[in-house]
Design a protein around this ligand. Sequence first.
Ligand code: GLU
Length: 411
Amino acid sequence: MVSAFEAVQGFYEQAAERLGLELSLREALATPNREVSVQVRVAMDGGGFKVFKGYRVQYNNARGPYKGGLRFHPLVNLDEIRCFSALMTWKTAIMNIPFGGGKGGVQVEPKRLSEGELERLSRSFMRAIAEIIGPTVDVPAPDVNTNPQIMGWMADEYARRYGPNPAVITGKPISVGGSLGRESATGRGALICLDHVVRARGWRREETPIAIEGYGNAGSWLAVLAAELGYPIVAVSDSKGAIVSAQGIHPQKVLAHKGETGSVIDFEGAETIKGEDLFGVDCRVFVPAALDASIDEDTANAIKAEIVLEEANYPVTTEADEILAARGVTVVPDILASGGGVAVSYLEWVQDLQREAWTEERVNGRLEELMEAATAEVLSRAAGQTMTLRQAAYIIGVERVAEAEIARGYR
Ligand code: GLU
């Protein structure tokens, strides 16, 4: 099996080939500009300290400052972060926002840390990367297992050394320059994208059942907002298992249940099944909203949906992508479907730079414009040149970055 980075580079190479990019530029866009590995020291509650591995990869900044989240997860490694930094580069280009791409993370199981240890980890990691980030250089944000509170601690740690500047990081609490609508943005963006595709096919929302893998920020917001529009949510899962109900579950109630018990499983009014059985559930839309590579050769064949909406980053392996294509399943790629989060990060950054605070309606309205435009472009490019949506999205992303490189004089 190829690594995560090799897999997305395959998609990039295909696009570069189709675009006929000059060889030197093609090489320049094939690897990250900078990769930083850091040591993250954390004083533990019981005395002593532990050392964790941290990374920040800055892939490309031809279109603007590097942009992308920071994740805390035991499986974080340099190859995976490098893969995500490339995805962010194409994602910001497709969303047509003035940023490049980057990504970072710490190899840690945050659930094993106390609140105090988590704060010290966040601050220590920020100190370790502070000299390579900044409001016009590289702007981090939340990702898997990181949240507004963690962004707040990090912004404060940055301020202690360089002075306060809220535009250094996005996804912050509202009280310190965060934006209304940022928390729900990935889910809302994915829904706008899905709704566009569903409309284009002439499907009725009520007859478009959705199954969602992962019930974190991205998955749960998508469930809540999609149900409000009339889409039945027939199954959801988390790391402990899945729940399924052909009549549809109530996403808010599942969220409350998860808040009380720590998991979606054993929710009353739905059947609890094994996590791996979620992939074979009857639905029209399957949404991977958890970790990378969850749809592989095994799970791809089980999927009954007609559309796979990639709300997570790199959730479908290259082998699975081919299986799904051969089976006639439409995959809406991560670099489009998950672009809502970074789109509203951009709006937060704009507000911070101007010391403004927009209404939620204004933020959501701009998100809608950005996501509608990006989706329309990918669909029309795919239809015009008979490509998959992923191929079309990569063509648009790579073309825009290449154009910026050429305009700046990349040599
Ligand atoms: N972590 C999110 C992503 O993968 C958001 C990144 C950001 O807002 O910069 O798209």
